[in-house]
Design a protein around this ligand. Structure first.
Ligand code: ADP
Ligand code: 5GP
Length: 180
């Protein structure tokens, strides 16, 4: 039976990098979320997100079409149930979502495996965010402020994995998935 794997962790911890490594193995599919926010440059429909209107989003909520959904920065984001269930027929499915969405998804799909990725230290996390260079210093400060909350939820996760060495962390995650 294929598994639903939910990966969370603070911004910059390496979730995207880890997920890319898992996707290379071929046994995993990535869930694509729906959002009401407009695409950023370089983002395309059905790859980054399914970009839908508020009206469409609300009718999907009414139809019970989301495994979970939440509002961030004034926009709605949700995990489409149909898409995930279809992918699960052939592969393990990975959801890379923030803590609140992850815990809600676990409520509607209790067999999901909740994994939280942790940094080796807060200094290293800040260094990775700076090194990635996608956020302004102000945004980095805001993201660091949210980290305390995210880390406080770690006991609700099935497993935590420290992303110290990338390959070691990916191997540990694969081992957890295999044995769960
Ligand atoms: P997230 O998706 O959690 O926000 P990213 O995958 O974008 O994080 O990673 C943030 C930065 O950290 C990237 O520049 C990435 O190359 C780097 N990184 C990821 N994993 C490691 C690691 N194990 N050691 C050092 N740098 C890493
Ligand atoms: P962004 O607009 O930067 O792509 O994403 C903003 C926030 O929305 C991030 O914290 C991201 O994790 C979250 N997000 C993306 N997709 C989903 C989803 O399907 N469900 C929930 N709950 N949050 C999501």
């Amino acid at each position: 039976m294929n598994k639903l794997i939910i990966i969370s962790g603070p911004s910059g911890v390496g979730k995207g990098t880890i997920v890319n490594e898992l996707l290379k193995k071929g046994d995993y599919a990535l869930s694509i979320s729906c959002t009401t926010r407009p695409p950023r440059s370089g983002e395309s429909e059905g790859v980054s997100y399914f970009f839908i209107s508020k009206h469409e989003f609300h009718s999907m909520i009414k139809q019970g079409g989301f495994l979970e959904y939440d509002k961030h920065f004034g926009n709605l984001y949700g995990t489409p149930k149909d898409f995930v269930e279809k992918q699960l027929q052939t592969k393990n499915v990975i959801l890379e979502i923030e803590v609140n969405g992850a815990l809600n998804a676990k409520k509607s799909y209790p067999q999901a495996l909740l994994l939280m990725i942790l940094p080796p230290s807060l200094e290293e996390l800040k260094a990775r965010l700076n090194h990635r260079g996608t956020e302004s210093p102000k945004k980095i400060k805001k993201r660091m402020e949210r980290i305390e909350y995210e880390l406080s939820q770690r006991d609700k996760y099935d497993y935590t994995v420290i992303n110290d060495d990338l390959q070691r962390a990916v191997d540990e995650i694969e081992e957890i998935i295999k044995n769960s």
